[in-house]
Design a protein around this ligand. Structure first.
Ligand SMILES: Cc1ncc(COP(=O)(O)O)c(C=O)c1O
Length: 377
């Protein structure tokens, strides 16, 4: 995007596809065997599935996951036929034929979903691929222990279903110390033992860092690909992927004692210089960062002051040299030092929510991961 084109926007969001692909390679490098997939639901955690998924394909990824059928329908034409695209929410009643039409693989989460998929395979007269999810602790999606036993005991159970994988999802993988991890692993292994020869998938990003016991045949990282720290309280080995720069709309001087912004939640303790940036909560810059967030310029941390508005926020730039910033200049709102986890910490949330809230109004640019011939082939 040219400088002129950027001028039409309040902020620039750059997404580093080389860093993203390096992160995928890092995660794959932690596996002794098996495949490293990629979770690209929610528009690749807000970063743009149309750019992220093809870049990961070029890096070697062949297993992709979205949440909704519609996400799969949109993404499928952007990936070559040898990429598998699985829909985590499974096939809702009546939507099964859409999966076949669009070349999508459902994650079957309930007995009715299994029955409907089996019935469609029967009608089409050929096996249909699927992943089966069992619940080992989330109590969210997947067959519980009783339903799993019922499925295995029934005569037609998985007839006509080409079971590509048994999967489950970890509750607290980011906390290696919690006994829930081992309990889920044991339950998952016990279930898998009842389906000899079937492949298995348990680990999300953090699960990969729990060690080889958790890797099985396929891992499903999402957040770590996008730079979120996988292990609570430990150094993050992954590269930051996003940089957000907000545009200065106006610079002003205020006297000590001047109150700032809606509801006057901050009052200057000294004569100050302020910069108003063209980013607000309508851009996904969370209002909970009011008086908590920081911007950065030339390595200087600049506090956000006053309440964040819908389209603007105010930064105290008194610590910067006079004249350093003017209208139309940019300051960093997310960068490698002030990354998604740091921002999340200040906002009282998790890096996932910071990413998936990233605004649609930003001028987006994608860096790196130059196209090669792999996709054109
Ligand atoms: C079933 C499932 N697998 C994998 C993931 C990826 O998890 P993470 O982003 O923590 O790597 C998710 C995301 O929530 C998920 O729901």
């Amino acid at each position: 995007m040219s400088g002129e084109a950027f001028a039409a926007y309040g902020a620039r969001l750059s997404i580093d596809l080389d860093a993203l692909c390096d992160n995928w390679r890092h995660l794959r490098g932690r596996l002794a065997s098996g495949d490293c997939g990629a979770v690209v639901k929610a528009d690749a955690y807000g970063l743009g599935a149309a750019q992220v998924a093809p870049a990961l394909y070029r890096a070697g990824c062949r297993q992709f996951f979205v949440a909704h059928l519609n996400e799969g329908i949109v993404l499928r034409p952007l990936l070559p036929a040898d990429a598998t695209l699985s829909v985590l929410h499974g096939a809702h009643p009546g939507s099964e034929a859409e999966f076949v039409r669009h070349g999508l693989q459902p994650v079957l989460n309930s007995l009715p979903q299994v029955a409907a998929w089996r019935a469609l395979a029967g009608r089409l007269g050929r096996p249909l691929p699927a992943i089966l999810q069992i619940d080992t602790g989330m109590a969210r999606l997947g067959l519980d222990a009783g339903e799993f036993a019922q499925l295995l005991a029934s005569a037609d159970g998985l007839a006509g279903i080409e079971l590509r994988c048994l999967m489950s999802h970890l509750v607290s993988a980011e906390d290696p110390a919690t006994p829930i991890n081992r309990r889920q692993l044991a339950d998952f292994r016990a279930a898998l033992a009842r389906l000899p020869g079937v492949k298995a998938s348990l680990a999300n990003s953090s699960g990969i860092f729990l060690g080889a016991d958790y890797h099985f045949d396929l891992v499903r990282p999402g957040a770590a690909l996008y730079g979120v720290a996988p292990v609570a309280g430990q150094a993050n080995p992954l590269r930051p992927v996003v940089r957000l720069q907000g545009k200065v709309l106006q610079i002003r001087r205020i006297a000590a004692g001047t109150a700032v912004g809606y509801s006057h939640t901050w009052t200057a303790g000294r004569d100050s210089r302020l910069a108003t940036l063209a980013v607000g909560y309508a851009d996904g810059y969370l209002r909970s960062l009011s008086n908590r967030g920081v911007a950065r310029c030339d390595g200087v941390a600049l506090p956000l002051v006053g309440n964040i508005s819908m389209d603007t926020l105010i930064v105290d730039i008194t610590e910067l040299p006079e004249g350093r910033l003017g209208e139309g200049d940019y300051v960093d709102l997310a960068d490698p030092v002030n990354g998604v986890d740091a921002i999340a910490g200040r906002a009282g949330t998790i890096g996932y929510e910071i990413l998936t809230s990233l605004g649609r109004r930003y001028a987006r640019s994608y860096l790196g991961a130059a196209e090669d011939d792999a996709l054109a082939a």
